[in-house]
Design a protein around this ligand. Structure first.
Ligand code: ADE
Length: 272
C-alpha cells in the first residue's frame, strides 16, 4: 500500500501550498458529509489529502465538526497517516504563543459529539492508551524544526467542548491539578476515530494564547488568537511541505496503529 498523508487543518489553515495535480473532491460517507471537499494532489512525490476541519470560511464550530465523516472520507481516499493541525491555548510559561507542541496524550472533556464508528450491530473497543503514532509524531517534530518553528516534543492536550473558553477555575484545575500542557476544542474525538479507522495519527498543536490562568495575560480574546494564528498558519504550511520527505516509504506501523481492530471487535462475525 502506498503512503498517503491526510492533513486536517484547523483554524487559520484552510489550504496547503505547492500541491501538484491539486483538485478539490467532494466525498460522501455513511456518516454524512465531511466539513468540506478534500484537496488532493502530490507533494514531493507523496500523495496528500487536505481537509479544512472547520470548512473553508470557518462554518463548523468545534461541536458541529462532522468528525466521523472527516476521518472516513480520508480513509476512503486511501490516507494512511493523519496529521492534525490545530490552534490551542498553553498551560505552561515555556510553551509560548507561536510555538508548536506535538502532543502525545489527551484528556477528553468533550460531551456533545459522536465518538465512535461502533455501536449497535457491531461493538468494538480499541485501545487509546497511546493515542498518537510515535513515528508520525517524530516526523512532524523534525519537519517543524527544519521549518524553523520552536517545536516541543510531547504534551497532554485537554480537549474541551467549547465554544466558550475556560473559566479561570477550570484553567487552573487543568493546569495545576490535572497536569495538562495545552487546551483545545477539536482533537477529540478525532484521535479516537482515527484509531478506530486504523490510521496513524499525530497532532501538531499551534499555541495561540495562555488560556486564562496566566497572571500577565488575562482572558483569552479571539482577536489575539487570530493575530497569532496568521503567523502559525504559515509555519504549519512549511511544516507540511517538509513532512513528506521525513516519512519515507510506507510500511506496517511499528506501533500497530494500522491493526488497531485486530482484537477489538466483540460482536460475533455472524451478527455483524
Ligand atoms: N484554541 C486556541 N486557544 C484556545 C484556548 N485557550 N482554549 C481552547 N481552545 C483554544
Amino acid at each position: 500500500m502506498a503512503r498517503m498523508i491526510g492533513v486536517i487543518g484547523g483554524s487559520g489553515v484552510y489550504d496547503i501550498d505547492g500541491l501538484e495535480d491539486a483538485k478539490w473532491q467532494a466525498i460522501e460517507t455513511p456518516w454524512g458529509t465531511p466539513s468540506d471537499e478534500v484537496l488532493t494532489g502530490t507533494l514531493n512525490g507523496v500523495a496528500m489529502a487536505f481537509l479544512p476541519r472547520h470548512g473553508r470560511g470557518h462554518v463548523h464550530s468545534p461541536s458541529t465538526v462532522p468528525y466521523r465523516a472527516n476521518i472516513d472520507a480520508l480513509k476512503r481516499l486511501g490516507v494512511t497517516d493523519v496529521v492534525s493541525v490545530s490552534a490551542c491555548g498553553s498551560f505552561r510559561e515555556e510553551l509560548a504563543p507561536g510555538d508548536f507542541v506535538v502532543v502525545d496524550q489527551f484528556i477528553d472533556r468533550t460531551f456533545a459529539r459522536e465518538k465512535s464508528f461502533f455501536g449497535t450491530g457491531c461493538v468494538a473497543h480499541v485501545s487509546v492508551a497511546h493515542p498518537t503514532c510515535p513515528r508520525l509524531s517524530a516526523a512532524c517534530l523534525a519537519a517543524g524544526r527544519e521549518a524553523g518553528v520552536t517545536m516541543h516534543d510531547g504534551g497532554t492536550y485537554l480537549a474541551m467542548e467549547g465554544p466558550q473558553f475556560s473559566s479561570l477555575a477550570e484553567s487552573k484545575l487543568y493546569r495545576e491539578v490535572w497536569g495538562c500542557d495545552v487546551i483545545g476544542m477539536t482533537n477529540m474525538p478525532e484521535a479516537k476515530l482515527a484509531r478506530e479507522a486504523e490510521l496513524c495519527y499525530a497532532s501538531v498543536a499551534m499555541i495561540t494564547d495562555y488560556d486564562s490562568w496566566h497572571p500577565d495575560h488575562g482572558a483569552v480574546e479571539i482577536t489575539d488568537i487570530i493575530a497569532t494564528l496568521t503567523g502559525n498558519a504559515d509555519k504549519a504550511r512549511s511544516l507540511i511541505t517538509l513532512l513528506a520527505a521525513k516519512l519515507g516509504a510506507h510500511e506496517p506501523c511499528a506501533d500497530g496503529c494500522d491493526r488497531a481492530l485486530e482484537y477489538a471487535i466483540m460482536t460475533a462475525p455472524e451478527k455483524r
